[in-house]
Design a protein around this ligand. Structure first.
Ligand code: ADP
Ligand code: ASP
Ligand code: MG
Length: 407
């Protein structure tokens, strides 16, 4: 039998009792004959606590030190799990990113894994050890500790599963699978037995935080079967895998939301070639990602341009855009940080007409104003006022009959 990678999130390792439960899950897999590698997050709330500490020490903490600090939560959980496993008579060794060498680039807070040296792990696995690895962290070429972005332990787990050619990667969390929408805000959400990599990627990128987008990208690239399961029950589960015939019949697989959005409008810009480049180049230089963009048709030589950024980037983006707006002769810059993005996702959209119209009509019936729209082959997103987020999710879930299988 091959290797199984198990990843447990923050709520699954929130205290010693829960860590003992994780130990039992690892032992069960081991006793079934598999090699076992466990990837852990920090205890629930710990990474947030460390981030707050960093910001209480300085307004803009040095990035190298910041990543070293916020990666420490995982050292606590992996060592505790190994202590528990050893005390139960199972050999276990914990590893931090640099001890294995999970090599990343140097982009602090959002580093990308470039290479994993599997020697140390394989040596331990051959001895029958349950290997426990810290999620969320790596090391760059100059031995600086890096972190992989919030929710990055999912990516650590899938990357290790790919590098070690694991049979599967089990992501254990506080829900028992991937649902048609966040089960914590919509009671009618339905668990999906299977979802394609592409749909899962769109769901993750538009706000379903159950898997970090990069973990899905990586699972697709290396063909790793990913199972999302509950830490607290043996029921349920969702398989994230290649698209198949059965999946294609569904019009929508899910609805997602992202409350972490802000909208910036540059008003009355003299309409000339190069305006968009002038506005967006300085933002990309500061690593600020822009999501949706709308430029109005030009009237009498002037145009308006609206775009969204993540709420945490809004202040910085506003400063940069105000400076550019002055240079290019725009009238003013307006910001709105009370917005959210609602998205509907489904590969079936390609072959069904009227999906967009139904989405817009459903929101109109609830007097929810749509401020921006963007579409891709398998996704439609709308920006709305944030206070309508839950309502929009619920009425769309009903309108598309997601509580039942939809054809
Ligand atoms: P962990 O700490 O285990 O990594 P996360 O909080 O990162 O867990 O992800 C699990 C959470 O994702 C769930 O508690 C749920 O609220 C949220 N979520 C959002 N959308 C979905 C969805 N479509 N299906 C399942 N969970 C979702
Ligand atoms: N502990 C990290 C976070 O809170 C990584 C993770 O949970 O996946 O973002
Ligand atoms: Mg997570």
């Amino acid at each position: 039998m091959g290797l199984v990678v198990q990843k447990f999130g923050g709520t699954s390792v929130a205290n010693i009792e829960k860590i003992k439960n994780v130990a039992n899950k690892a032992i069960r897999e081991k006793n079934s004959g598999h090699d076992v590698l466990v990837v852990l997050s920090a205890m629930a709330g710990e990474t947030n606590r460390l981030i707050d500490l960093a910001h209480s020490a300085a307004d803009s903490p040095d990035e190298r030190e910041y990543d070293s600090l916020i990666s420490t939560g995982e050292q606590v959980t992996i060592t505790l799990l190994s202590i528990v496993l050893n005390s139960m008579g199972y050999r276990s060794r914990s590893f931090l990113g640099f001890q294995i060498r999970i090599l990343t680039d140097n982009a602090y807070k959002k580093a990308r894994i470039s290479l994993i040296d599997t020697d140390a792990i394989q040596k331990e696995l051959r001895k029958g050890t349950i290997v426990v690895v810290a999620g969320f962290q790596g090391v760059d070429e100059d031995n600086n500790i890096t972190t992989l972005g919030r929710g990055g332990s999912d990516t650590s787990a899938v990357a290790l599963a790919a590098a070690l050619n694991a049979e599967r990667c089990d992501i254990y969390t506080d829900v028992d699978g991937v649902y048609t929408t966040d089960p914590n805000i919509c009671a009618k959400a339905r668990r999906l037995d299977k979802i394609s990599y592409d749909e899962m990627l769109e769901m993750a990128m538009t706000g379903a935080k159950v898997l970090q987008p990069r973990s899905v990208e990586m699972a697709k690239k290396y063909d790793v079967p990913v199972y999302v399961k509950s830490t607290f029950s043996d029921e349920g589960g969702t398989l994230v895998t290649k698209e198949d015939q059965e999946m294609e019949r569904e019009v929508l697989s899910g609805i997602t939301y992202d409350r972490d959005q802000a909208k910036i409008t540059v008003v009355h810009i003299p309409d000339k070639p190069g305006i968009a480049a002038n506005l967006f180049m300085p933002l990309s230089e500061r690593n600020i990602s822009v999501d949706m963009i709308i430029q109005n048709a030009s009237t009498q030589g002037y145009t308006d341009l609206t775009f969204t950024v993540s709420k945490k980037d809004m202040k910085e983006a506003q400063k940069i855009v105000e400076a550019t707006a002055k240079e290019i002769g725009a009238k003013k810059v307006e910001v709105d940080d009370e917005v959210a993005r609602i998205s509907i996702i489904g590969v079936g959209m390609v072959s069904h007409s009227g999906v967009a119209a139904k989405m817009f009509k459903t929101m109109a019936d609830e007097s929810i104003n749509i401020m921006m729209i963007s579409t891709s082959e398998i996704k439609i997103s709308c920006v709305i006022q944030r206070k309508y987020t839950e309502l929009a999710v619920m009425v769309l879930h009903d309108a598309f009959h997601l509580e039942k299988k939809n054809k």
